[in-house]
Design a protein around this ligand. Structure first.
Ligand code: ADP
Length: 261
């Protein structure tokens, strides 16, 4: 019995086992780090609007309540803060559902042109405030039927068009267009001529809580969750999302969808 061979096999097995365990431990560490970072981000995001609301309410209770105009102004600001909190919690809820796979997509056949029109109606006021023109190529007066989860795609369009308005320049434009990609797919493009994104940030755009300019984006009321929700929804549909941007000139986000028969 050549004992050396057995020893060699044993050593090999032990080493293999140790290596596997090491990888497992590394993975757990990464996950733990990720979880810690996520919690840190969440509490940080919630803190800002919470302190804002608290600040306005305390000032009101300290006497500002007696002045009618200040009272209205502060209550409105406190309400804005609460609205922002609700939006963050809604985004978090959506993210957690998307990440745990609890989100069931409800596929139906619908006309995407109508959905784009709905989103335009919803965001018209916000666009008007910056004199941004929302455009949709008029050649699409005909319906375009797709097969997807309508509510989720409406959310995708809302987030992308909202961003183009938020990061768009005064008197700028946001254009939505649709093109046939293949016999069975279309591509939807959302193009703006806003501030654009520097190339080094592009790979990180879809990360949770990522923002190019923390202070600037915060004044726009973003939580940095919008694009990660968009990516999750598109990937859950087994579709693709793309971004192209030229710093100082504008950005284009596009995604594919399946045509309905
Ligand atoms: P936020 O809530 O901050 O808007 P998003 O996940 O939607 O979060 O976007 C992440 C970051 O990507 C934004 O903070 C912004 O810096 C950048 N960004 C997204 N869309 C655009 C755009 N159309 N033009 C320029 N920058 C954009």
């Amino acid at each position: 019995q050549p004992i050396t061979t057995d020893m060699a096999t044993l050593t090999h097995d032990v080493q293999k086992f140790a290596k596997e365990k090491k990888i497992e431990i590394e993975m757990l560490k990464v996950r733990e780090e990720y979880r810690r970072e996520f919690l840190g981000n969440v509490s940080h995001e919630l803190k800002t609007p919470l302190f804002t609301v608290q600040g306005y309410l305390s000032t009101l209770l300290d006497g500002a309540m007696n002045d009618k105009t200040i009272r209205k102004k502060y209550l409105e600001r406190a309400e804005k803060g609460v609205e922002r909190l609700i939006n963050i919690v809604k985004d978090l809820d959506m993210i957690s559902k998307l990440e745990t796979g609890d989100l069931n997509l409800n596929f139906t056949r619908f006309n995407i042109v109508d959905v784009i029109q709905n989103v335009f109606d919803l965001l018209e006021m916000k666009a008007d405030q910056k004199s941004i023109m929302l455009m949709f190529d008029m050649k699409y007066t005909k319906p375009i039927y797709v097969y997807a989860d309508q509510e989720k795609i409406e959310q995708v369009l809302t987030n992308l068009i909202m961003n183009s308005v938020k990061y768009g320049k005064e008197k700028g434009t946001t254009e939505v267009s649709i093109e046939n990609l293949t016999n069975s797919k279309i591509i939807v493009r959302i193009t703006d001529n806003g501030e654009g994104i520097q190339s080094q940030y592009i790979p990180r755009l879809f990360e949770r809580f990522f923002r190019v300019d923390k202070s600037g984006a915060r004044s726009e009321g973003g939580s940095g969750l919008g694009l990660s929700i968009v990516k999750h929804i598109i990937e859950a549909h087994n579709e693709k999302i793309y971004v192209e941007s030229k710093y100082g000139f504008g950005s284009e986000f596009s995604f594919t969808l399946e045509k309905a028969k």
